[in-house]
Design a protein. Structure first.
Length: 297
């Protein structure tokens, strides 16, 4: 007899412990990141206001204002990465947060330090500046990509446009990195033209793909999301069957076999298909449907 996957049928011991522990951990992590972002940006903003009330011509004022602007930009990038935590592409969100932290640290060194102070270390400063420029570019593109990855491929247009847009962003980033690290690349006219065309197409995809997803969400759901309705009906039927079985206990007492508490393999496949269509895990889909049913009057 085939056994259902552990993601949808847990043992009694694990269910009795805390089946919502992973989701609770994700919420705590997201909340921690959000609080850290708010606190860091608030402190930077307070510092910027304080220095603006003093001598605005001093070098320290420009450094504090630069730190405030930098903290705000990095906070937005880290927030975009944090939105993917708990989803299938959370590795990309974690990488975006990590790049944001490295960009923040290197930028603060350039603002408050002076890498070009020593003429002997001038070449090292140039390399670090190129690295910082690359990090800023990659972090910005990763932040945009993280928001795009939140879209669920509900239609063929989004399903096709999403990877094309991400591919154009990757290609455009690679072309700009070539111009940053290869000094002679600025003299290549064809590279400049190609760079502009790629970024125009990437910007077009960044605008069109989310708008298409929002328009489809406001209208009729495509056929890919149809299994979700089947899951709702199945769960509703299961609750109705449970209620009927609890009210009629005589057949069970006379030796009839009670209904199995696990789902059949065919139904597990339908649940997985519905979860993939929604862009979430099977556990999140069932939890969402059960929560919506409990809220229904």
């Amino acid at each position: 007899m085939s056994q259902p996957p552990p993601s949808l049928s847990a043992s009694p011991a694990s269910s009795a412990s805390d089946p919502n522990a992973p989701r609770r951990s994700v919420r705590i992590l997201r909340r921690t990141i959000a609080i850290t972002i708010v606190v860091a940006f608030s402190l930077a903003a307070i510092g910027g206001i304080i220095v603006l009330l003093g001598d605005i011509e001093s070098e320290a004022t420009f450094k504090v204002i630069g730190t405030t602007a930098l903290t705000g930009a990095v906070s937005v990038a880290a927030f975009c990465g944090a939105t993917l935590i708990g989803r299938r592409t959370q590795w990309f969100g974690i990488a975006t947060i990590g790049m944001s932290a490295v960009t923040m640290a290197l930028s603060l060194w350039f603002i408050w330090g002076d890498p070009f102070a020593d003429p002997e270390d001038y070449e090292l400063g140039e390399v670090l500046f190129q690295a910082l420029s690359s990090l800023v570019l990659v972090t910005a593109v990763a932040s945009i990509s993280a928001l795009i990855l939140l879209l669920a491929p509900r239609s063929w247009l989004v399903r096709i446009g999403l990877p094309i847009t991400l591919g154009l962003l990757t290609l455009g980033t690679s072309l700009v990195l070539v111009t940053i690290w290869v000094e002679s690349a600025w003299e290549l006219e064809w590279l400049t033209r190609l760079n502009g065309i790629v970024w125009i197409l990437a910007a077009l995809g960044v605008v069109i793909v989310p708008l298409t997803s929002l328009l489809l969400r406001a209208g009729t759901k495509p056929t890919e999301a149809a299994p979700a309705a089947a899951v709702t009906n199945t769960i509703t039927g299961a609750h109705a069957g449970t209620s009927t079985g609890s009210a009629q206990t005589h057949p069970t007492q006379h030796g009839s076999t009670p209904p199995s508490p696990t789902l059949s393999p065919a139904m597990l496949e339908r649940v997985d298909a519905a979860a993939r269509a929604e862009g979430i895990t099977a556990d999140e889909l069932i939890d969402r449907l059960l929560s919506a049913e409990h809220r229904t009057p």
